[in-house]
Design a protein around this ligand. Structure first.
Ligand code: SF4
Length: 165
């Protein structure tokens, strides 16, 4: 009997109210896609910012040009919390042998390929969130929720390592 391979997923995409404003991002991923993901994989939900010790709701934060993560209103430097969350997520991915992570696009933790530029004006720049960077260093393939539609999920699962019992 085969166990389903595990993938890491942003908890807010599953409807957890861990987003900075106390809401979630469940509307960013269709119920059908989520259903299919759930059939093929065991979903390991993480919220790096929560795991790093930040409260919900919390001030929005972005990665600035100097690499520090700063909050929008009080200008607090929350880099330490973001790095801590990233490290915890990397440890969870390693322990669960996750080869893929489906993470919320453009977040300063979860974004992959593009993130907000630190000006809090909605401008986007190339780059990864801190958790995405930590996962990529481990060799985890990170995809945003919109890229899921382009993935052949069954094929990806076959290519991943599946525990046999
Ligand atoms: Fe979602 Fe990631 Fe932000 Fe947590 S840190 S709310 S999982 S995007």
């Amino acid at each position: 009997m085969k166990n389903k391979p595990k993938i890491l997923i942003s908890a807010c995409l599953l409807g957890e109210n861990c987003k900075y404003n106390g809401g979630n991002n469940a509307d960013a991923i269709s119920a059908d896609t989520l259903d299919k993901l759930d059939q093929i994989y065991e979903l390991v939900a993480v919220c790096p910012e929560y795991l790093g010790g930040l409260t919900t709701p919390r001030e929005p934060a972005e990665i600035c040009s100097n690499g520090r993560v700063m909050t929008k209103f009080s200008g607090r430097d929350v880099t330490r919390e973001f790095l801590s969350g990233a490290q915890i997520c990397a440890d969870i991915a390693r322990k669960n042998d996750c080869k893929i992570a489906v993470l919320k696009e453009r977040s300063p933790s979860c974004g992959s390929g593009e993130i907000y530029d630190g000006s809090f004006t909605g401008r986007i720049v190339s780059g990864d969130g801190l958790t995405t960077s930590a996962l990529k260093k481990l060799g985890v393939r990170v995809v945003g929720e919109s890229a899921l539609l382009e993935l052949n999920l069954e094929k990806e699962a076959q290519n991943g390592q599946v525990d046999k019992h």
